[in-house]
Design a protein around this ligand. Structure first.
Ligand code: TGC
Ligand code: FAD
Length: 392
């Protein structure tokens, strides 16, 4: 891959709105990505392998539990800092951002929010340092967009629970030490359980043959009469609202993360267009190429403003699920469209691994599907403005 010459676009001077802390956190993540991700990520994506050696670095930049209080090992930052960290990591690769999103919003968040004090103390500090890695099991082979139909279930077996079922498409599952698993109790109510690697009957086969998120490990979670200690049940909340609450936090991070991928594609295309000569001129001199680039910076700027305002609302505890859906949907769609246009600016070079664009484009095909598909988020907005849910 070419040297990382990334310069972040800030067309509307958003830096004037960020605090010194926001900028410090963001710049630390940006430098880390340049130093530790950009030089290696293409080869890991090519060989479809997660670069495990980056876990310590992710922890150091505060990517594991940015908004979890310091008493539990988190970074104690606000939601805008969390968003900026996700933006910078996804500027490097959506798969690396996935690992951080899952650890923070889908593993640490439910343990912090729905867990007992003993569970918080036992797991959160080790998750914050990356000593323990986690995954989140909601999706099943027969239930993706409609998790309320899940078949995974557990029953009371005296001094423990007995868990049976299977989860599919689980980020980090092949190497995770623990899994936050959503399953139905004997009354059919959804609850969260912390399942630990090594428990009898628990396995995590890897899913191969992906053309997207190749540097992220994806797999299954299989539960065959797994004995889960009663102390591992998350006591704080039951019902579908419990996992959906975690998704709010992860989707918010993705709304920022997608901006990073878009910024990288735009910056790469802009630099290439100014250098690449055709018909005796840099291709940046042609109106059709300028149209692409001008539209890209316009869409990135709109997405930045959406994410920033959402961050303010989140800091005030006012961001709604529906507002988060709109931002996730808009910003991922924006990034995917920019990746496709940016790829064209590079001509044939755009299809090679010498540049990051094609990798971002393929990654974003997962990002537009996971954490609620593009169409599900549209339906969430539709239900909100009409008052008529159209999911069924
Ligand atoms: P619905 O009737 O709307 O709601 C069921 C119950 O949940 C409550 N609720 C929420 N509570 C807290 N936070 C939220 N955001 C909530 N949204 C809803 C709701 O009030 C209700 O409570 P109650 O007490 O009345 O029961 O549920 P529904 O079955 O109609 O489903 C709605 C729908 C389709 C929007 C929802 O199921 C959905 O969002 N589906 C998409 C599934 C999804 O996003 N899966 C993601 C899996 S995780 C993942 O992809 C990780 S990728 C990670 C990475 O690598 O980055
Ligand atoms: P389906 O639900 O089968 O949907 C197929 C198509 O039908 C979609 O276009 C969808 O929009 C459309 N559709 C469905 N219902 C409706 C409707 N009511 N109206 C209109 N259209 C509809 N899950 C986890 O739990 N944990 C993870 O860590 C995780 N990581 C993932 C990593 C990757 C790389 C990928 C690709 C997925 C991951 N997922 C994870 C799963 C992800 O959340 C699901 O793929 C997603 O929710 C969609 O479910 P599905 O793939 O079963 O699609």
């Amino acid at each position: 891959m070419k040297p990382d010459l990334f310069e972040a676009p800030d067309y509307y001077n958003l830096d004037d709105l960020f605090s010194e802390e926001h900028k410090l956190v963001r710049d630390a993540a940006r430098q880390w990505v340049k130093r530790d991700i950009s030089p290696i990520i293409e080869s890991y994506a090519q060989k479809a392998e997660f670069p495990k050696q980056i876990l310590g670095g992710l922890a150091e930049i505060g990517a594991f539990g940015p908004y979890i209080p310091e008493t539990y090992g988190g970074a104690g930052l606000d939601q805008i800092s969390y968003g900026l960290i996700m933006q910078e990591i996804e500027r490097g690769d959506s798969g690396v951002r996935s690992t951080a999103s899952v650890q923070s919003s889908l593993v640490m968040y439910p343990i912090y929010t729905y867990g007992s004090e003993e569970q918080r103390k036992k797991y959160l500090p080790k998750l914050a340092t990356g000593e323990l890695m986690g995954c989140f099991g909601l999706t099943e082979p027969n239930h993706g967009s409609n998790p309320s139909g899940m078949e995974t279930k557990f029953k009371d077996a005296g001094d423990h629970y007995l868990l049976n079922g299977a989860k599919l498409w689980i980020s980090n599952s092949p190497f995770a030490d623990i899994a936050v698993v959503w399953a139905k109790n004997e009354d059919g109510r959804i609850q969260g359980l912390i399942v630990e690697r090594g428990m009898d009957g628990f396995s995590t086969p890897e899913t191969h043959n992906k053309w997207s998120l190749r540097a992220s490990a994806t797999g299954e979670l299989i539960f065959d009469n797994v004995k889960v200690p009663k102390a591992n049940l998350l006591p704080g909340k039951s019902g579908l609202g419990a996992p959906l609450g975690c998704l709010d936090s992860a989707r918010y991070g993705i709304a920022w993360g997608a901006i990073g991928a878009a910024m990288d594609c735009y910056d790469t295309a802009l630099r290439y267009a100014k250098e690449r000569m055709q018909f005796g001129k840099p291709i940046a001199a042609f109106q059709l190429q300028q149209k692409k680039l001008a539209e890209m910076i316009t869409e990135i700027t709109k997405a930045q403003l959406l994410a920033f305002r959402l961050g303010q609302l989140k800091n005030e505890g006012k961001a709604t699920t529906q507002q988060i859906s709109m931002a996730k949907r808009n910003n991922v769609d924006m990034a995917l469209k920019i990746a496709r246009e940016a790829r064209q600016v590079l001509g044939a070079m755009g299809i090679t691994g010498d540049y990051s664009i094609m990798r971002h484009m393929m990654n974003l095909e997962s990002v537009i599907t996971y954490e609620g598909t593009h169409d599900i988020h549209l339906l969430i907005t539709g239900a909100d403005i009409t008052g008529i849910p159209a999911f069924t």
